[in-house]
Design a protein around this ligand. Structure first.
Ligand SMILES: Cc1cc2nc3c(=O)[nH]c(=O)nc-3n(C[C@H](O)[C@H](O)[C@H](O)COP(=O)(O)OP(=O)(O)OC[C@H]3O[C@@H](n4cnc5c(N)ncnc54)[C@H](O)[C@@H]3O)c2cc1C
Length: 279
């Protein structure tokens, strides 16, 4: 399936909103997961084909000529207008997805497949904890909008600096802690984990969604499971991307990395305090 860009706008210093539409989306069937994503296919410069392309047409091309698949969350689906909203991190002059989003103009085409997903805030949790960086903010924003009214929701989100923050809303009792990378070059993997560890320990059943950079999600997982803030079956944790790896390189080691993390013994780590601090 393919879609056409209707509009684009900068949501923040690092996030670009792309609204897609057109007859190509007629077959799009949304799921109810708030982290549902589509597999988008980005064409390399000078590709000898255009969107829409046939899989058979590109299969035998060299690796650098084939489309580059990237998973991007469905930030919103408007069923009446049949429009799909994607928020894509633009992270410098690298990355097929990031550069495409920064340059996208109305009328540009994007081929995609999906959606698929795996998490929606369960209605019976006592509170919610959503943690991640820009790549997970679209899913976090959609999750925050889907909790029961009045239920406590804590978001811990990592962005470059104040210009990377975006408005978040929720029918729940929303508390947002922004964590800034700027000036913290040495210890990026542990930034989110330290912020999560400094939060007050919540009572009752906590449903947690922790997605984003791989080592950062691993560190947050250690805190949440090690300190028994969240039961393993209430934790949705997934490494969306990995620092120093492009998506092709990351996919070659991701399964082994994920097994290694799942096998990690988790014990008490950084203790959660009884007094919260806000970043
Ligand atoms: C299920 C799922 C849903 C996702 N949803 C979204 C989404 O809604 N929006 C979104 O922006 N991303 C999302 N991601 C992450 C996205 O697929 C990856 O970040 C992807 O690597 C970006 O592709 P790229 O072509 O821009 O960069 P690549 O070509 O993969 O990488 C180029 C360089 O940029 C680095 N890099 C990659 N992503 C980032 C980043 N976010 N910040 C800083 N550096 C980065 C890489 O480590 C590499 O050094 C999702 C991933 C998954 C698995």
């Amino acid at each position: 399936m393919y879609a056409e860009v209707i509009s684009t706008r900068r949501l923040s210093s690092h996030l670009v909103r792309v609204v897609l539409g057109g007859a190509g989306l007629d077959e799009f069937e949304p799921s109810t997961d708030t982290d549902q994503y589509v597999n988008c296919f980005f064409l390399p410069e000078g590709a000898p084909y255009a969107v829409p392309f046939d899989d058979d047409e590109v299969r035998d091309l060299s690796r650098d000529q084939r489309p580059f698949p990237r998973r991007i969350t469905v930030r919103a689906w408007d069923g009446d207008r049949r429009e799909l909203t994607l928020d894509i991190a633009s992270h410098g002059d690298v990355g097929y997805a990031g550069r495409w989003a920064a340059r996208a103009r109305p009328g540009d085409r994007l081929q995609l497949r999906g959606p698929a997903g795996g998490y929606r805030p369960p209605a019976d949790a006592d509170s919610y904890l959503f943690v991640g960086d820009e790549s997970a903010l679209p899913a976090i924003a959609a999750c925050a909008e889907a909790v029961p009214p009045g239920r406590p929701v804590v978001v811990v989100a990592e962005v470059e600096d104040g210009a990377g923050e975006i408005p978040l809303s929720s029918p729940g009792a929303l508390e947002v802690h922004w964590v800034h990378r700027a000036g913290r070059a040495g210890d990026l993997d542990g930034l989110l984990a330290a912020a999560v560890a400094s939060l007050p320990r919540p009572d009752g059943v906590v449903s947690a969604f922790v997605h984003g950079e791989a080592e950062a999600t691993r560190a947050v997982r250690r805190v949440l499971l090690g300190d028994r803030v969240v039961d393993e079956d209430q934790l949705s944790c997934s490494p969306y991307w990995r620092r120093g790896y492009d998506d092709e390189a990351w996919r070659t080691v991701k399964a082994a990395w994920t097994r290694e993390v799942a096998a990690e013994p988790v014990g008490p780590t950084l203790s959660l305090t009884n007094e919260g601090t806000s970043s």
